[in-house]
Design a protein around this ligand. Structure first.
Ligand code: NDP
Ligand code: MG
Length: 392
């Protein structure tokens, strides 16, 4: 399978940097034609990456950064662009494989653009599936490309799911590290700041997903992601807390067998698999040392301390645009938490409030319906946050 022409949406982020590391390990600019890379605020890194990998196009989402990016790449012959339309254009440029690693709903439009023209999509941006669900899956299949998960849990399931055994799948078991507050009471969580919440015990990741791991909102998004990726019912999706993050997730079959994928917590394994699938690349990553590891622990998740898990079920039961609503409201609440406008526990409160307010709000027949629900949920979340501030 020829995947030599590639684009990386969100190359300056945690997943983006790891993707370029994998690309470098597999031959770098001698083996790959880097069609487009994109970033937002970090134009210095974007320019450095574009030079190092000989990218043809570098795009910053932030129009105010255009001049700085242009300056940094002057004389290189690398094309430079800025703004949301330019991001979509980056997705549209012909390439075989696109890493979707922009954070949040901002990643949806450029990823859909890449899917519609038939690129294989390596999906890190779970928000695409949470918000647009079937519409997104259909955009990829109608385009003729493959949808290959990069989220470590979903990569593990993808690797443990034999195509000709799909009929025999009984359950999907998503593992969760439990994050930094695994043993905290609600009272203890009430007072934490973003700096404390972002310190993940096992994985080094971007800010949004780190906070989402602490609140288990990330796991809630992943439950919905799994439903759409693997076409399973919500009652077939289980979450188990596994603090060591060695088992990345599992598939249970009708004969009682459970297949799992294990590895050190390093996203490069899932990224490399998504790039070379169905082959496996040779990667310089740490190997598991079972004797040192000694034990693997498991705990049932607690939906009272981590209500996000309950909200995922609510969103799946209600269907329609509730995934988009939950995702958008939480994104706004996440920013408000980082800005110290609301407390840690209020993130889930805001998401739940907006989801309840928007029960029966429209359908998800077209992408525009999804974008409309997203916009409305953001507006309502901002309003709810302002009300909480006034009450405080
Ligand atoms: P980061 O915050 O590290 O990176 C996000 C990327 O998106 C950066 O390139 C950033 O640019 C860019 N970006 C930010 N805002 C915008 C915007 N408004 N428009 C366009 N681009 C923007 O995130 P991660 O790499 O951690 O996560 C990326 C995605 O992958 C998320 O959806 C996350 O859930 C998912 N994921 C991440 C994992 C991880 O290990 N990190 C694991 C599994 C999934 P800049 O930095 O230049 O501002
Ligand atoms: Mg994950």
């Amino acid at each position: 399978m020829d995947r030599s022409r590639i684009s990386i949406l969100g190359s300056t982020g945690s997943i983006g940097v790891n993707t370029l590391d994998v690309v470098a390990q597999l031959g770098g600019r001698d083996a790959f034609d880097i069609v487009a890379i994109t970033g937002n605020s970090n134009v210095a890194l974007l320019a450095e990456q574009a030079r190092a990998f000989g990218a043809r196009l570098a795009v910053t989402a932030d129009e105010k950064q255009y001049a700085a990016l242009k300056d940094a790449l002057s004389g290189t012959g690398i094309e430079v662009a800025a703004g949301r339309a330019a991001l979509v254009e980056a997705g549209q440029r012909p390439s075989d494989w696109v890493m979707a690693a922009i954070v949040g709903t901002a990643g949806l439009a450029p990823t859909v653009a890449a899917a519609e023209r038939g690129a294989d999509i390596a999906l890190a941006n779970k928000e695409c599936l949470v918000s647009a669900g079937e519409l997104f899956v259909n955009a990829v299949s109608d385009g003729g490309g493959k949808l290959i998960p990069v989220d470590s849990e979903h990569s593990a399931i993808f690797q443990s799911l034999e195509d000709d055994q799909r009929h025999a799948v009984e359950r999907i078991v998503l593992t969760a590290s439990g994050g930094p507050f695994r043993t905290f009471s609600r009272e203890q969580m009430a007072g934490v700041t973003a700096d404390v919440a972002r310190a993940h015990p096992n994985w080094s990741m971007g800010l949004k997903i780190s906070i989402g791991s602490a609140s288990m909102f990330n796991k809630a998004l992943e439950m919905i992601e799994a439903k759409h990726l693997f076409g399973v019912r919500p009652d077939q999706i289980e979450v188990i807390v596994h603090p060591q993050s060695v088992i990345h997730s599992m598939v249970g079959y009708t004969d009682g067998s459970v297949l799992a994928q294990l590895g050190c917590p390093d996203m490069r394994t899932a990224i490399g698999y998504a790039l070379t699938y169905p082959d496996r690349p040779k990667l310089d990553v740490e190997r598991l040392d079972f004797a040192k590891l000694a034990r693997l622990d498991f705990e049932a998740p607690d939906e009272v301390r981590f209500p996000a898990l309950r909200l995922a079920h609510t969103a799946m039961d209600r269907g329609g645009v509730q995934g988009a609503v939950m995702n958008a409201a939480e994104e706004i609440a996440f920013h408000a938490f980082c800005d110290k406008r609301i407390g840690f526990l209020q993130m889930a409160d805001i998401a739940e409030q907006v989801m309840d307010e928007m029960v029966g709000y429209g359908t998800a027949i077209t992408m525009d319906d999804v974008f409309a629900a997203d916009t409305e949920a953001r507006r309502r979340a901002a309003e709810a946050i302002a009300q909480k501030e006034m009450a405080a």
